[in-house]
Design a protein around this ligand. Structure first.
Ligand SMILES: C[C@](O)(CO)[C@H](O)COP(=O)(O)OP(=O)(O)OC[C@H]1O[C@@H](n2ccc(N)nc2=O)[C@H](O)[C@@H]1O
Ligand SMILES: Nc1ncnc2c1ncn2[C@@H]1O[C@H](COP(=O)(O)OP(=O)(O)OP(=O)(O)O)[C@@H](O)[C@H]1O
Length: 280
């Protein structure tokens, strides 16, 4: 005898592209990428409960403007299983922000639905929900290539402490890719180094790129201001945009330095979304 409806919940971590090299473009217009992806200890939360019919409740400090109907990627993910559920989504990440958002929420929903239904394999169409869904399903440091469908785990990534900042402007991913002038750029080195500690990783990252920074900045010039502001923070070692923006990150060698820097930004720029984070 089961006691009460089936229920499952999962964390949806922010997805951060430490690097994002655009190396080509397919005939269908999708761009080929080479990206070192890590996940933050900040994110959304998804819960699903067995119900008579599908429903979605969106709450949390970043819920404004997030769809509450079947256009939400969590609804689309849950609907791939033939089991109606009441979904609750608690939004802590800004949307259209280059840090996974909908894709990470969709991945968390897929995992929650698989647990709730006991399904061992994900339904067809799961990873097609978004180019970032596959890497978000892995939710650990990975090298992502192809258009996002090739995901290779990367071990021994030293801990990175960061500040994430978003000026609360939504940046449409398709437009940023479209505006990228040079589609064939150098990938990262074939073999990634085995970094000996946080400083070695940051030094290596400094020689990598996010090729979408330039088109994103052209679309939203405030992104250049975000990067300059992050770069000027005490003990900030590197600042870069994540994904197609507008969220940018600064890297620090200690969590204390990241938290102190975040507190400074929260004071001086109350209109921005700012949080300390640890990447792994
Ligand atoms: C920028 C990244 O976030 C890096 O992780 C991803 O490549 C984009 O992931 P995403 O936001 O889940 O992207 P999707 O929602 O699947 O695609 C949005 C649009 O971005 C463009 N797009 C996306 C991924 C890719 N490799 N090449 C593209 O050109 C396409 O126009 C696509 O229609
Ligand atoms: N669960 C969701 N959370 C936020 N936005 C969602 C969600 N589902 C659908 N959307 C819609 O998707 C759009 C893109 O939001 P999302 O957070 O996926 O940004 P993104 O820039 O694509 O993230 P990334 O590029 O890092 O994958 C939003 O503007 C919103 O209208």
């Amino acid at each position: 005898m089961r006691n009460g409806p089936l229920f499952s919940k999962f964390f949806a971590p922010a997805k951060v592209n430490l690097t994002l090299h655009v190396t080509g473009q397919r005939k269908d217009g999708y761009h080929l990428l080479d990206s070192l992806v890590v996940f933050a200890d900040v994110g959304d939360r998804v819960a699903v409960r067995e119900a008579e019919a599908m429903s979605l409740d969106v709450s949390g400090p970043m819920a404004a403007g997030v769809p509450t109907d079947a256009s939400n990627l969590v609804w689309q993910a849950a609907a791939l299983f033939d089991r109606p559920v009441a979904i609750t989504l608690s939004k802590h990440l800004p949307a259209a922000a280059g840090i996974g958002g909908g894709s990470s929420d969709a991945a968390a929903t897929l995992l929650a639905m698989a647990e709730l239904t006991g399904e061992k394999r994900l339904p067809d169409g799961s990873v097609e929900l978004g180019a970032d869904v596959r890497v978000c399903l892995m939710r650990q440091a990975a090298r992502m290539s192809g258009i996002g469908e090739v995901v290779e785990p990367v071990g021994n990534v030293p801990p990175l402490h960061a500040v994430l900042a978003n000026p609360r402007v939504e940046v449409p991913t398709p437009a940023v890719f479209k505006a990228l002038e040079t589609k064939e750029n150098k990938p990262m080195s074939k073999a990634l180094p085995r970094w000996q500690g946080t400083k070695a990783l940051i030094d290596w990252l400094a020689a990598q790129r996010n090729d979408l920074e330039a088109p994103a900045m052209a679309a939203e010039p405030v992104i250049a201001e975000v990067i300059a502001t992050l770069r000027a923070l005490p003990q900030a070692r590197l600042a870069r945009m994540s994904g197609s923006g507008a969220t940018c990150f600064a890297l620090f060698e200690t969590r204390d330095a990241a938290e102190a820097a975040a507190a400074t930004l929260v004071d001086t720029l109350p209109g921005w979304w700012v949080t300390p984070a640890t990447f792994s």
